[in-house]
Design a protein around this ligand. Structure first.
Ligand SMILES: Nc1ncnc2c1ncn2[C@@H]1O[C@H](COP(=O)(O)OP(=O)(O)OP(=O)(O)O)[C@@H](O)[C@H]1O
Ligand SMILES: [Mg+2]
Length: 248
């Protein structure tokens, strides 16, 4: 079953056509990478799917339900989570407080009608548990702004997952990371997204080919190819348009 589909999606910025007849299919439980050159429209596609923009034309379907033009908070409520290309943690809050914020928002969303958020003890324990799993327990009480770049991005990935989404969309989670940090981030993503559906925009081909079950190539606002990694690696159209002479 497809957990996410776009049909005939178009988007323009004041007449500049950025997405052009995009038909994306993401199967439940897969890790799906979206690749393509700078300016291909990847982030815009995320923004249209996650409700930051309404598409000029076309439909977005999530878990079998049309959600075109839904606001981000309504999409979060039905199980869609995302991270941003630019870091979006709360820099003055501590690592602990950032994670707790994500957990609280999940509680409010899921249990608002039935109980008040008064079990702070449980939430503290759950937050500390998450911090351990993401290896940030040593930085628990540091403001997010004091974390190293790699740890900061890890925190952000974790916040996208703190709402326990069924689908998580990650926009370049390893951007700007060192080799080592990238390796850790990939392991973190792998661990935290077990059994979930992931759509990840990524430029690092090592990450793409080690993580993805399927790859969609976006080029000049439309889908050039979509398929398993082996097929994408062999595709002449992809090599010509995107990978150029690069060996992948
Ligand atoms: N808010 C905006 N207003 C006008 N044009 C925009 C806006 N956001 C993006 N664009 C343009 O839309 C096109 C696609 O941009 P987008 O950010 O979606 O690309 P991308 O594939 O994510 O690129 P990158 O790999 O560099 O992140 C680009 O030409 C960009 O300049
Ligand atoms: Mg982008």
């Amino acid at each position: 079953m497809n957990i996410l589909e776009t049909e005939g999606l178009y988007h323009d910025f004041s007449g500049l056509l950025v997405l052009f007849d995009v038909n994306l299919e993401v199967k439940e439980g897969e890790r799906h990478a979206i690749i393509g050159p700078n300016g291909a429209g990847k982030t815009t596609l995320f923004n249209v799917i996650t409700g930051t923009y309404s598409p000029s034309r076309g439909r977005v379907t999530f878990k079998g339900k049309e959600v075109t033009g839904w606001k981000p908070h309504n999409l979060t409520r039905v199980g869609m989570g995302r991270s941003f290309q630019i870091t979006s943690t709360f820099s003055r809050l501590t690592t602990f407080q950032n994670i707790r914020m994500g957990i609280l928002s999940k509680r409010r969303i899921r249990f608002n009608l039935f109980r008040k958020v008064d079990k702070m003890q449980n939430i503290t324990e759950e937050t500390d548990d998450v911090l351990k799993r993401i290896n940030l327990d040593g930085e628990r009480d540091l403001p997010a702004s004091m974390l190293s770049y790699g740890k900061h991005r890890s925190l952000e990935i974790s916040m996208a997952l703190a709402t326990d989404p069924d689908l998580v969309m990650l926009d370049e989670p390893t951007a700007g990371m060192s080799r080592d940090e990238t390796h850790h981030a990939v392991e973190l993503i792998r661990r935290l997204t077990e059994g979930k559906t992931v759509v990840i925009i990524e430029h690092d081909m090592d990450v793409v080919f080690s993580l993805a079950d399927r790859i969609t190539v976006l080029h000049l606002g439309h889908i050039l190819a979509s398929g398993p990694p082996g097929e994408i690696r062999e595709s002449q159209a992809v090599k010509d348009a995107y990978l150029g002479e690069t060996e992948v």
